[in-house]
Design a protein around this ligand. Structure first.
Ligand SMILES: NC(=O)c1ccc[n+]([C@@H]2O[C@H](COP(=O)([O-])OP(=O)(O)OC[C@H]3O[C@@H](n4cnc5c(N)ncnc54)[C@H](OP(=O)(O)O)[C@@H]3O)[C@@H](O)[C@H]2O)c1
Length: 163
């Protein structure tokens, strides 16, 4: 099963200058809860955006067109969608975590969406793909808690593909 995990602003912005446009620690916690113990699949640029290297307790799978791209030990490099099935188990929930081109690569086979919707406008250079939400059912929605560390209004939403 393929899932998407991401956060976007009011205008579907997801990134700026190779990093996230916002600081929202509660979303980082949600991301960790949702993805830990699952394989995560990401584009080469998203992988390079991690300040401390590969994320622990998750198989990190990086997609690049460069077959010689060097990844640290334990990280798996693939160059297309077909190679994914060789590196995950059939019953894994595979967490696709971006960026834009990687969401596009999987949008026709995604089953579940874990979206953090941030109700604010940010300057950005990377946007989420235009998903057809008519094909999905909202199965969970939680208002995000705001405090001095989490200053933007946000909601956590989970959608399941309608079969
Ligand atoms: N808000 C969020 O939830 C979220 C999530 C993820 C990322 N982001 C942000 O988004 C930005 C990065 O996203 P991005 O879209 O610019 O880059 P990205 O998808 O992370 O990485 C792009 C790279 O992936 C590889 N790639 C892309 N399409 C491919 C294909 N069809 N076949 C093989 N390889 C392919 C290429 O690597 P090579 O150049 O090595 O060939 C390409 O340069 C950053 O600002 C990041 O912080 C935000």
């Amino acid at each position: 099963m393929i899932s998407f995990v991401w956060a976007e602003d009011k205008n579907h912005v997801i990134g700026v200058d190779g990093h996230l446009p916002w600081k929202l620690p509660n979303d980082m916690k949600r991301f960790k809860d949702v993805t830990t113990n699952h394989p995560i699949v990401m584009g080469r640029k998203t992988f390079e955006s991690f300040p401390n290297g590969p994320l622990p307790k998750r198989l990190n799978i990086v997609i690049s067109r460069n077959p010689n791209y060097q990844v640290p030990e334990g990280v798996v490099l693939i160059s297309n969608r077909e190679q994914l099935k060789d590196v995950v188990k059939p019953d894994d929930e595979v967490m696709v975590i971006g960026g834009a081109g990687i969401f596009r690569m999987f949008e026709d086979i995604v089953d579940r969406l874990y979206l953090t919707r941030i109700n604010h406008e940010f300057v950005g250079d990377t946007k989420m793909v235009d998903l057809d939400y008519r094909q999905f059912k909202l199965i969970e929605k939680k208002e995000g808690i705001m405090d001095k560390e989490n200053v933007y209004p946000y909601t956590f939403e989970t959608y399941q593909k309608i079969n």
